[in-house]
Structure formats: structure tokens, C-alpha cells
Design a protein around this ligand. Structure first.
Ligand SMILES: Nc1ncnc2c1ncn2[C@@H]1O[C@H](COP(=O)(O)OP(=O)(O)O)[C@@H](O)[C@H]1O
Ligand SMILES: [Mg+2]
Length: 320
């Protein structure tokens, strides 16, 4: 079941339903359940926030990610506020939200790059604070703008991918073995950039770089893959190619669990199973894609009235 916390814009329930748009449940002043979606009004959200939890349930040992009450505070502001989130092995999540909603902060916590100010974080059955993060990180494939910035321009594409096996950016003096080189080549092939292996990373187009970054994130055969805005800055052809390749990845049962961050519903690849919608550091809705991502929840998340359409497994949104 999806959790839906309404905190902001609520579209007019009396409006005729747009094509492909779920009927808008009305918001009652008390907790209500409409079509399997729990709706909590703003007042309830605020009262829940007043008393932060100090104890948390034991993490689910089978969950890939299990976050409870996660709060990240900087300069007196909560970038994330009391986030509860569970991701299982066979799930593929999209995290949606406007700029500044806290998506990258959430991914940094989930990828063992950032400790929360409060709350409990379990990643692959290991609890942050009780585990050596340097042993945990190779089990998590992460691709983000901040990691990409650290890739040296004068590194060959083959090295950019293979050096991930050593959890370093920039080629070390270690001689990586043939098996690693083969795996690197096959990952580049999976993303259609095998021919770029001898090229210097700095000479690649933005679209080519993105694909190399994802191949790199997969190099350690991670148990969960996290991609922060993988299609940002791509042209239409580049975006469509990437969405297709991510769809193939997401639809393969042998793939690791996936968490993909974006602020465009057009970038959600078919094969995504779950959605978490974030606004001002708070969860607006989370759960199975069809229940969590509706015109209503998207409108609340972005703070404007939106129409949401779904055609052939792809989403499109525009202002009403
Ligand atoms: N170290 C920090 N100190 C204060 N504010 C921060 C810090 N890092 C990020 N922020 C702010 O936190 C908010 C959430 O940032 P971020 O997680 O990057 O959002 P998103 O990825 O959804 O765009 C933004 O308003 C950002 O300016
Ligand atoms: Mg971000």
C-alpha cells in the first residue's frame, strides 16, 4: 500500500478526470483510505512532526534499504524530515521531487555517504554507525554529478569503469586482471559505448559520459544501483536512448535493486515498480508506482495543478 502525505497543493476533486489520470480522492480532516492509498492531511503531518521518535523498529534483514525516522538538519533546517523508506531486492524505485526537495541528500544517506542527524539507516542488512562504510560502499553502485566531477578528464574510458573495482577514482598502480577488464568491456557494451573504451573521458559528449558513469557504477556487481538524475543535460535522443537502456536494466530480474532520482516523470523507464515523492524533505507519497504516482500526488509534490498521462508505460506531465 502506498503512503500518501498531502502537504501542499491539492487539485480540485470536482474537476473532470483527465485521460489516464486517476480520480482525485477528496481530503478529509481525518485519516482516510481511498482505493488502497492512505491520505494524511497537512494537520496530521504537522502534529506527527512535533515529537521526533527516539527509538526505531529493528531493521528488516531482507530489505536492501530500511530507513526509519531519517532526519538531516543543516543550519537549523531539515533537509530531510522523518523519512521512513524500505526498498526490497526485486524493487525498482523512482524518487521524484522538485529542485531542493532533498533527493540528493536522501540518496547520499542511502548510499552510505552521509550520516543522518537523527534516525536509523540500514543498508543491505548493515546498520550505519555499526558497519565499516568502506566495506559497504562497493556493494552499492552510485552515479551522481558530484562523483562524476571527480573523474579525471585524462583517464581512458576503460580505466574509468575498471577502477571502480578498487573503489577509487583515478587509476591506481594496481594491475587489474583480465576478468575485470572483460567485465568492464561488457558493461560498456551493455550501454552501447564499448567503442569508446580507448578514448579519454574528457573527450566524450555528455550522453556518452552518462552511460560510462552507469557502467562504472555497475562494475563492482552491486546489490543496489543508485542513479542521481542520470538523464540530466541530455538531448532528446540521448534521453530516449538512456531511458530505453535503463528500462532493459530495470526489467531484468537479475539486475540489482534500483533507485533512480529525477524531477521529470518523462524520465521514468518502464520497469520501475515503486515511487517515492519528496517535497521539502518530507515524503508526500511512497509505494507501488500506480498508487504513489498520481496527478494528485504529483501536484502536491510540485506545488501546482498537473495533469499526468501514461502511454505505453511512459509518463508525461503538464500544468492544468
Ligand atoms: N550542506 C548544506 N547546508 C545547508 N543546506 C544544504 C546543504 N546541502 C544541501 N542543502 C540544501 O538542502 C536542500 C536539498 O538539497 P538536495 O538534496 O541537493 O535537493 P535535490 O537533490 O532534491 O535538488 C536544498 O535546498 C539545498 O540547498
Ligand atoms: Mg539533486
Amino acid at each position: 500500500m502506498a503512503r500518501v502525505l498531502l502537504d501542499g497543493y491539492v487539485p480540485d476533486a470536482s474537476r473532470p478526470s483527465a485521460v489516464g489520470r486517476a480520480a482525485v480522492p477528496s481530503v478529509s480532516p481525518v485519516f482516510s483510505v481511498t482505493r488502497g492509498v492512505s491520505v494524511v492531511p497537512d494537520s496530521a503531518l504537522k502534529s506527527r512532526s512535533a515529537t521526533p521518535r527516539t527509538s526505531y523498529p529493528d531493521p528488516d534483514p531482507d530489505a536492501v534499504l530500511d530507513l526509519a525516522g531519517v532526519t538531516v538538519t543543516r543550519s537549523g533546517n531539515d533537509l530531510l524530515h522523518e523519512i521512513d523508506w524500505q526498498v526490497r531486492e526485486d524493487e525498482r524505485w523512482v524518487v521524484l521531487g522538485p529542485n531542493g526537495a532533498g533527493k540528493t541528500t536522501l540518496l547520499s544517506v542511502a548510499a552510505a555517504r552521509l550520516h543522518p542527524t537523527r534516525g536509523r539507516v540500514a543498508i543491505l542488512g548493515e546498520q550505519l554507525g555499526k558497519v565499516d562504510v568502506f566495506e559497504l560502499r562497493p556493494r552499492i553502485g552510485l552515479s551522481s554529478a558530484s562523483l562524476a566531477e571527480r573523474i579525471p578528464a585524462d583517464e581512458t574510458v576503460a580505466d574509468v569503469v575498471v577502477t571502480a573495482a578498487y573503489a577509487v577514482v583515478g587509476r591506481f598502480t594496481e594491475q587489474y586482471d583480465g576478468l575485470d577488464a572483460d567485465r568492464g568491456r561488457s558493461l560498456l557494451a551493455q550501454f552501447g559505448v564499448e567503442h569508446l573504451a580507448p578514448r579519454l573521458y574528457g573527450t566524450l559528449s555528455e550522453g556518452e559520459r552518462k552511460r560510462v558513469q552507469i557502467a562504472r557504477a555497475l562494475m563492482t556487481d552491486p546489490e543496489v544501483l543508485m542513479l542521481d538524475e542520470p538523464a540530466a543535460g541530455l538531448d532528446l535522443g540521448g534521453r530516449e536512448d538512456l531511458v530505453h537502456r535503463l528500462s532493459v536494466l530495470a526489467s531484468d530480474p537479475a539486475s540489482p535493486a534500483l533507485v533512480l532520482v529525477t524531477h521529470h516523470v518523462e524520465e521514468i523507464p518502464p520497469g520501475i515498480t515503486h515511487a517515492l515523492l519528496l517535497r521539502q524533505g518530507k515524503v508526500v507519497a511512497a509505494g507501488p508506482l500506480d498508487e504513489a504516482l498520481t496527478a494528485q500526488t504529483l501536484s502536491s509534490t510540485f506545488g501546482l495543478a498537473l495533469r499526468l498521462d501514461r502511454v505505453d508505460g511512459r509518463y508525461a506531465a503538464r500544468a492544468l
